[in-house]
Design a protein around this ligand. Structure first.
Ligand code: BGC
Length: 758
């Protein structure tokens, strides 16, 4: 044992020495380079411009080539292909004075050319290995296409499904989002950032962007430090601790100071408390937007932003155009410019760009890797595992591979909508629609007939806004009743109806907040008409967020939530509907009964007047007159074609000594007729504290596979660290006392056992 420890120590010391040596080498290199740079060239490195392939804001970058020549650009994003990137890099290397390579970024959010499910769907797999693989594949493809910096993971916790960008993250939970963040960072960065197939991750949007008031995008956030530290900040920290090389500031105002000018956030917390050593970049024109926030003119806000701790300015060129003047006028100092420049150069150094600026440009690799058969197969597997079976009355699903199936609805025949929001590198014209994907899997075993059913939205202006960026859905100019009547005739010819309804991909994502979260009314009318035919109806629901499905849950026999499944959506839906894959996804954001329940999340506080769950309104208790407190579908919920029975929790000790650990185990049996996966979830409640504590917090989960009839014991370790939280003085503490451990298939249907921390 001693020898092992000794060897380990030696290895650790030599690893540290290695790291220190490579840091020293990097520092020397950058010192020498910076000694040659003019102030203008240093400021030039802080300028990040767009190559214009994807539009994520109203400002576009101009004169890019001449700025590169003049040393006025440090990075470019939204540009792709080895040839284009090589050509651009050549300008920097051959025509600029100091030949400093450019870093190339892109929003690689859920896949690159091969698109995986939207992040909210990815999280619903609860499979960190798969999520990591999806990021790895995205990195393989993007780096082969010349890109070395991914603007991902997005780890903003959101408890407000009105906010369209809830689709881009892992949902409402701090613990789960932190795990997903780590998986994505590892997937992108691997263990050598300088390798030709790894890329730098960028954690975003720092911070609290998901808590925008009213769910309206870009809106202010105002939050206690206590809540920030316990609930909203840990996911950013987890991504940083996993080694993320960069972080993006958010658009929003935080307790009165917008993130991109917030010194407390970007320096005191991020650098000084968390020890972050990577690059800080703003979001799109976020520096300029500080003027609209009310902080002053462009010169002033640019100096505020640099002084707060921002290193790189995305698109707005406030840094480029004003920092020299601010330096001359003493509004910023050279140390701040040097600091920012150093972080940009370090990122390039770590990516190996000084060694070989063309490392990421390899046509052959691009040719063989991007969109490969293997990548598509993985995308199909992940998509099927992201789907969540919300209801399956009388085991309507899986369907038989025979007879006539009518696939009806505005999402049935739209390939461009399948990749989902924030898939800027998807080949929309080459993505199969739901119907085509299903046909490819089912061949002529099933006679498939189809119809638009209804428009996406009755209001054509709303539909226009909801189908931007090429995500078209054909529009039928007739009255909705006429379209529906025709669709009903199609349904009448079928044995079963698949209603492909919900949101278009651009109804979620950036700048896509909604105040109503139902399936649009005209689509609901279609659904009612389809149900009235008496045919069995399966609702295949497309959505980028939790919707309010109270009526659908009461009336539709089967609901499969497929989010936006990416490139292979159609095939994956066929896999699940027809039973080749048993659904196992579970939602990671609570589905409310109505919009008035929002914010609704499982890890809420108890209040001083908790509702007793009588099912009825309780006067003078914390509840509503017109709706119950319960969500429609709780966090962690999702059905399978099989059933699982959970035994009681067994604790190996009901006393946890400080610094020790105990184990909770539970028997789970597959009691149904299908081999299937199940995600077993462990929650903890701290019953007495110096501050109020959530009624439950996820602290562990395991995904297991059980053959029909099989039983497995699942064992969790509970460590003192799992019980820690930030107290009112923001000390990270653990307080002795009584706790409950809950284990179950979701956050609601749990078994419980008590233990004590000494
Ligand atoms: C978004 C970011 C994105 C950036 C660059 C912004 O509008 O908020 O998430 O990374 O654009 O495309």
């Amino acid at each position: 044992m001693k020898k092992v420890v000794g060897t380990f120590l030696l290895a650790l010391i030599s690893w540290h020495t290695g790291v220190a040596q490579s840091d020293q080498k990097m520092n020397r290199f950058i010192d020498q380079l910076m000694a040659k740079m003019t102030v203008e060239e240093k400021i030039g490195q802080l300028n990040l411009v767009t190559g214009g392939e994807a539009t994520t804001g109203t400002t576009v970058s101009t004169d890019v080539e001449s700025k590169i020549r003049n040393g006025q650009i440090g990075g470019i994003f939204s540009m792709s292909t080895p040839s284009k990137i090589r050509k651009t890099q050549e300008i920097a290397i051959k025509q600029s004075r100091l030949k400093i390579p450019i870093i190339f970024g892109m929003d690689v959010i859920h896949g690159y050319r091969t698109v995986f499910p939207i992040p909210l769907g990815l999280a619903a797999t609860w499979d960190m290995g798969l999520i990591q693989q999806s990021a790895r594949i995205a990195a393989e493809e993007a780096t082969a296409d010349g890109i070395n910096w991914a603007f991902s993971p997005m780890v903003d916790i959101s408890r407000d499904p009105r906010w369209g960008r809830i689709s881009e993250g892992a949902g409402e939970d701090t613990y789960l989002t932190s795990k997903v963040a780590e998986a994505i960072v590892y997937g992108f960065q691997g263990d050598n950032l300088a390798a030709h197939n790894t890329m730098m991750a960028c954690v975003k949007h720092f911070a609290l962007y998901g808590a925008a008031e009213g769910g309206r995008d870009y809106n202010s956030t105002d939050m206690s430090l206590h809540r920030m530290y316990n609930e909203y900040l840990p996911s950013y920290k987890a991504a940083i601790d996993a080694g993320a090389g960069s972080i993006m500031t958010s658009f929003n105002d935080i307790n009165g100071v917008p993130a991109s000018a917030n010194k407390w956030l970007l320096t005191d917390l991020l650098r000084d408390q968390w020890g972050f050593k990577g690059l800080v970049v703003t979001d799109y024109t976020a520096v300029n937007e500080l003027t609209a926030h009310g902080l002053g003119d462009l010169q002033h806000v640019s100096s505020l932003s640099l002084n707060a701790g921002v290193d790189m300015d995305m698109v707005g060129e406030g840094f480029l155009t004003t920092l020299k003047k601010s330096l001359d006028e003493g509004k910023v100092n050279l140390e701040a410019i040097n600091r920012a420049c150093r972080y940009v150069l370090e990122a390039k150094y770590k990516l190996g760009l000084f060694e070989d600026p063309y490392r990421y440009c390899n046509e052959q690799r691009a040719e063989s890797i991007i969109g490969s058969v293997a990548n598509h197969a993985k995308a199909r597997e992940v998509a099927a595992k992201s789907f969540v079976l919300l209801k399956n009355a009388n085991q309507l699903l899986p369907l038989k591979k025979s007879g006539t199936v009518a696939v009806i609805g505005p999402l049935a025949n739209s390939g461009p909508n399948m990749p989902g929001t924030w898939s800027v590198s998807a080949e929309l014209d080459k993505t199969s629609s739901l119907v085509d994907g299903m046909k490819a899997v089912l061949g002529n075993k099933v006679n498939m007939i189809t119809h638009l059913g209804s428009n996406l939205l009755e209001d054509s202006t709303y539909q226009k806004h909801a189908t931007m960026f090429g995500r078209t859905i054909p529009r039928d100019l007739r009255k909705e009743e006429e379209i529906i009547a025709e669709a009903v005739k199609v349904a009448q010819q079928a044995d079963v109806v698949v209603a492909a309804l919900g949101e278009s991909s651009e109804m979620s994502g950036e700048s896509s907040s909604r105040s109503e979260l139902d399936i649009p009314k005209n689509q609901q009318n279609l659904l009612k008409a389809l149900l009235a035919t008496g045919k069995p109806v399966v609702l295949v629901l497309f959505t980028g967020r939790p919707l309010t499905l109270t009526w659908e849950d009461a009336h539709v026999p089967a609901i499969l939530n497929v989010w936006f499944g990416g490139t292979e959506t159609g095939k994956a839906v066929a896999d699940v509907l027809f039973g080749d894959v048993v659904p196992s996804g579970k939602i990671t954001a609570t589905f409310p009964r109505n919009v008035g329940q929002i914010p609704i999340y499982y890890a809420h506080k108890n209040t001083g007047r908790p509702y007793g769950n009588s099912g009825d309104f309780e006067k003078f208790k914390s509840n509503y007159l017109d709706v119950s407190n319960d969500p429609l579908y709780p966090f962690g919920y999702g059905l399978s074609y099989t059933t699982f029975s959970y035994g009681d929790i067994h604790l190996d000790n009901d006393i946890l000594e400080n610094n020790g650990s105990i184990h909770a185990s539970i028997d789970i049996t597959n009691t149904g007729n299908y081999d299937a996966e199940e995600t077993v979830q462990l929650y903890i409640q701290d019953l007495v504290g110096s501050v109020t504590r959530p009624v439950k917090e996820l602290k562990g989960f395991q995904k297991i596979f059980l053959k029909k009839g099989e039983r497995k014991t699942v064992k969790f370790e509970i460590r003192v660290d799992d019980l820690k939280f930030f107290d009112s003085a923001l000390n990270y503490v653990v307080e002795p006392g009584d706790f409950n451990v809950y284990i179950g298939p979701n956050s609601r249907d749990v078994k419980v056992k008590a233990f004590k921390l000494l």
